[in-house]
Write a protein that binds this ligand. Sequence first.
Ligand SMILES: Cc1cc2nc3c(=O)[nH]c(=O)nc-3n(C[C@H](O)[C@H](O)[C@H](O)COP(=O)(O)OP(=O)(O)OC[C@H]3O[C@@H](n4cnc5c(N)ncnc54)[C@H](O)[C@@H]3O)c2cc1C
Length: 426
Amino acid sequence: MPISRGVANADSDMKTEVVVLGAGMVGIGTALALQQRGHGVTLLDRVMPGRETSFGNAGIIQREAVQPYAFPRDLATLLRVATRRGNDVSYHFNALWTLLPALLRYWRASAPANYAGIAQAYGRLIAHSIEEHRPLIDQSGASALVQKNGWRQIYRSAASFDVDAAAATALAAREGLDCGVLDSEALAAAEPALITPLAGAIHWRDPWSISDPGELVARYATLFQQRGGVFVHGDAFTLHQHGSGWSVRTNDGLLEAAQAVIALGPWANTLTRQLGYRLPLFVKRGYHRHYATATHLQAPMLDVERGVMMATMSRGLRLTTGAEFARHDAPPSPVQLIRGEESTRQLLDLGPPVEASPWLGARPCTVDMKPVIGPAPRHPGLWFNFGHSHQGFTLGPASGRLLGEMISKEPPFIDPTPYLPTRFER
Ligand SMILES: Cc1cc2nc3c(=O)[nH]c(=O)nc-3n(C[C@H](O)[C@H](O)[C@H](O)COP(=O)(O)OP(=O)(O)OC[C@H]3O[C@@H](n4cnc5c(N)ncnc54)[C@H](O)[C@@H]3O)c2cc1C
């Protein structure tokens, strides 16, 4: 994708109507939604679009994810996590003290009475995930990256399978989701790559999976440019109020904008703190690695009891890990990936790793599990769109549309109240 220069004026500074800071799935979703509504938009990143968190995820457009990941509240799970016996969650002991205030609020938001309302709001946004991606996939010529086979939760033990299958079936009936339950034989027939018999699987059939998540973002960015949008390299942390608008330093000079959108994923906290906000944001880190194998999965699979996701991607079979609670900038500690690789070798002919070391990224999380979408409470012309946690790849276009409608003063397609940044100002 070519890097565009902005429109230079006499003193070599550039001007735009809206600058979107961050070219991950959320930033590009926002830029496209604003452009569609007639705004002049410049998208800014320090690297090419889709090279960070939106590059390294499991690539699933999770239409089924109507229930955001809650903090576990049952004693058995808490003990399993605390003693590091499971592989889905890990933590750095020395980060716990810093994370404690956020974790306490996350715990409180996960109490059944609070969680019910959160999940309702989340479900209303995620319900639009596929229909907002669909036209962008078509218009950006990215259909070859998409598989429409859903994804599966696979189970080794019959006991956990039975419990989860009953809950999934009830959830699907309540939320209008397409969910199938496969016994051991049905799973073996549906996924011939499995070399070990398993107890069964839950098959979520609505979601789509993408064979190269970073490439999908890059295609959307090319579409944005083909439609007249401008992409520039620059440093979002140089954002400053400038007259009645904003300015930010790009590699080509100063860019002035009437309005600015912060869509910096796990880096949003750095800039919002600079501007005086104390938002309850934290990260859950995650790893991936590809393996060179002829094994081709019919659909991505999550080994629920081993906490590792497997997906066939363009660079090989990608394993992705669950949540690691750690400082964003702490050195990598890919124990979950090492364990996930070991356990996956029991199920698949995995082959050797492609990369010398695993990729590390960070899910941008909020204490109430909902993204932050809306006007910055104390800065006119500044907007937030970040904190999409486990589902930012899914939600980028839908949450871009919601913010685009707010900025354009159009009636929003869903009630934006649950997402407004002001919920943390009370
Ligand atoms: C292991 C793992 C698996 C996941 N699986 C899924 C999945 O299957 N489905 C799903 O929906 N979600 C998944 N997620 C979550 C999803 O990847 C994230 O929620 C999403 O990518 C966040 O997108 P974003 O645009 O907010 O952030 P990013 O994609 O990180 O974009 C932020 C951008 O800001 C830029 N930036 C940062 N600082 C600066 C600066 N100073 N100046 C300029 N630019 C800057 C970065 O370069 C980056 O391009 C997964 C995450 C992980 C870690």
